[in-house]
Ligand binder design. Structure first.
Ligand code: NI
Length: 226
């Protein structure tokens, strides 16, 4: 499932983050790529111990926790600290699938990359190219969202970032280990949850609400691993 989270960050927050990102010191993105990925990766990244990255990462995690849409879609168990990239001058990241397991830096904690998220820090008109292209069962999805928006997509999908031929594209990306590993099952839980929310607005107090909510939690109990 691909899902857009509109305005995860406010325009003010985006402005402040952008200022900090423009002043940060960037390194070659191949530093964190395996040999296969390094052949198709040409971008810049913030070092994992960058203070700017850590501060903006904390802000992102804060906003994710407050996003009912993200929580419902991702059912997060663990979220890796957000990373940051910068594409310009033809910079690109060709087709690849992300590593399955990451370790949280400075710890022994393993995170399975069930879900990928990208948060945009540049507006679409600021750069040419740079679409995030995700291949899923319905074909290609090409994504280029306003600054402050996020896109959530399955970690299992083949994806790329098209070459940025004008301007600069700043973004954050990170992985979530979900309570529910299967994208298909998460989708069913998400749809059910959304319908329960809508029903509770249209027909507050409807007796079917507690039964449906019970079904949701029973499915979550059956499908989740913690
Ligand atoms: Ni990737």
């Amino acid at each position: 499932m691909m899902l857009r989270i509109p305005a995860l960050l406010s325009p003010d927050e985006v402005r402040q983050c952008r200022q900090a990102l423009e002043q940060a010191s960037w390194q070659d993105g191949r530093a964190t790529a395996g040999p296969l990925a390094a052949q198709v990766k040409a971008n810049l990244q913030l070092p994992l111990d960058s203070q700017t990255g850590q501060a903006i990462g904390d802000l992102i995690l804060d906003r994710l926790g407050a996003s009912a849409l993200f929580m419902s879609a991702a059912l997060p168990l663990k979220v890796l600290p957000p990373r940051f990239n910068r594409y310009e001058g033809g910079g690109t990241y060709g087709n690849h699938i992300d590593n399955a397991i990451f370790t949280i830096p400075g710890t022994a904690i393993k995170v399975r990359s069930d879900i990928s998220t990208t948060v945009f820090f540049s507006d679409p008109e600021e750069y040419e190219g740079g679409e995030l292209v995700v291949e899923d069962t319905f074909g290609h999805q090409s994504v280029k969202l306003p600054a402050g928006d996020a896109i959530v997509y399955p970690g299992t999908s083949l994806h790329r970032v098209n070459p940025v031929t004008r301007g600069t594209r700043y973004a954050s990306f990170f992985w979530t280990h979900s309570l529910v590993a299967s994208d298909e099952k998460r989708r069913i839980l998400f749809d059910l949850d959304q319908q329960i929310q809508q029903l509770s607005v249209r027909h507050p107090g409807d007796p079917s609400l507690s039964a449906l909510s019970g079904t949701y939690h029973n499915l979550l109990r059956m499908w989740s691993q913690a």
